[in-house]
Design a protein around this ligand. Structure first.
Ligand code: HEM
Length: 154
């Protein structure tokens, strides 16, 4: 019997543990730091009055470390995303609502296929172990040296 080497859709659907791991990475270190929304009418949220036309910045870096929803928030713990997962809209690395990232599912497949091959076939060492990550304009996370690595086959 021939062994199938290519990944298929069913394989991707089964990669739940590693997707929990990726979700925890994106919660801790969101690729996109936050999103803007513009108020289309006056409204009040808690004690804040937001006038029509004002821009609101939702900082994922802050909300995704809310201890009310993520106990011990700085701890890296992929199990947070296992089972029933998280309360909706508490961790939103792909945004939410009408303008949510349309590439989310595509990104999920790319990340899972990439990690599958990387973890099965290679080991790597970062060349700059304490490399700094910058967030220019509060948006994308950029490693200062481009995250150089030494790659070796398993
Ligand atoms: C890890 C990978 C990715 C992350 C974390 C990410 C995150 C985001 C976020 C946070 C937004 C803003 C959503 C909002 O305002 O609610 C966004 C928008 C968008 N993303 Fe992604 N994205 C990723 C990959 C991709 C890919 C692979 C594509 C295309 C193939 C893509 C295409 C877009 C587009 C076109 C928008 C604008 C949507 C709009 O304004 O209506 N993204 N993404």
């Amino acid at each position: 019997m021939m062994t199938r080497k290519e990944l298929c859709w069913n394989d991707i659907q089964k990669m739940r543990k590693i997707w929990s791991f990726v979700n925890e990475v994106l919660r801790n270190t969101p690729v996109v730091q936050g999103i803007f929304r513009e108020a289309i009418e006056d409204f009040t949220y808690e004690d804040f009055h937001i006038p029509n036309g004002w821009k609101i910045y939702l900082s994922f870096g802050a909300t995704q470390k809310n201890g009310e929803y993520f106990p011990n928030p700085t701890k890296f713990d992929p199990s947070r995303f296992e089972g029933n997962g998280q309360v909706p809209y508490t961790s939103v690395p792909f945004g939410g609502g009408h303008r949510m990232c349309p590439g989310k599912e595509f990104a999920r497949i790319l990340i899972l296929v990439f990690l599958h091959h990387l973890l099965k076939k290679f080991r790597w060492e970062p060349k700059v172990p304490s490399e700094k990550i910058l967030y220019p304009f509060f948006l994308l996370a950029i490693p200062t040296d481009g995250y150089p690595i030494t790659l070796s086959a398993v």
